[in-house]
Design a protein. Structure first.
Length: 149
């Protein structure tokens, strides 16, 4: 595990569940799915294509703070569009940079128009922590002469 590992490897370990909703659905339905699936964002898909991402942050800022009704507001009114996404060959480091620069917490992974999965900031932090643990273990083994080779 390393910062230069590809997102494909992260998805392989994490799994490729993709939770999504239609842009015409009401925000209440989106929040209900997020709560049920324990996720902070959903992909917004129309006619099989990724058209945006809707997150808990969108809900808080664009519905609650603006006094809108979450049962009468459609997802397309609050989603982030166009969706920012990465390819499976981009690195963990690339994703962290994009998330930091764009102030987002979820990145769809798309290859040739097909959605392969979603990585969250939490997924990437877990990957980085595992990489650091592995490096520490290797250094410890090297120092104590247990290093293979």
């Amino acid at each position: 595990m390393d910062l230069v590992d590809t997102v494909r490897l992260v998805l392989k370990q994490k799994g490729q569940n993709v939770w999504h909703i239609s842009p015409e659905a009401c925000v209440y339905d989106a929040i209900e799915i997020m709560a049920d699936k324990f996720v902070g964002a959903l992909l917004v898909i129309s006619e099989g294509k990724l058209v945006g991402v809707v997150s808990e942050r969108d809900y808080a800022r664009k519905v609650i703070l603006q006094g809108k009704s979450f049962k009468q507001t459609q997802v397309k009114e609050i989603m982030t569009s166009p969706a920012i996404f990465v390819t499976p060959e981009q690195t963990v480091q690339d994703c962290m940079r994009i998330m930091t620069d764009k102030h987002i917490r979820h990145l769809p992974v798309v290859e040739d128009g097909s959605i392969l999965g979603v990585v969250s900031i939490g997924d990437l932090v877990k990957w980085m922590i595992s990489a650091q643990r592995q490096t520490i273990s290797q250094l410890h083994n090297y120092i104590t002469s247990k290093y293979p080779g």
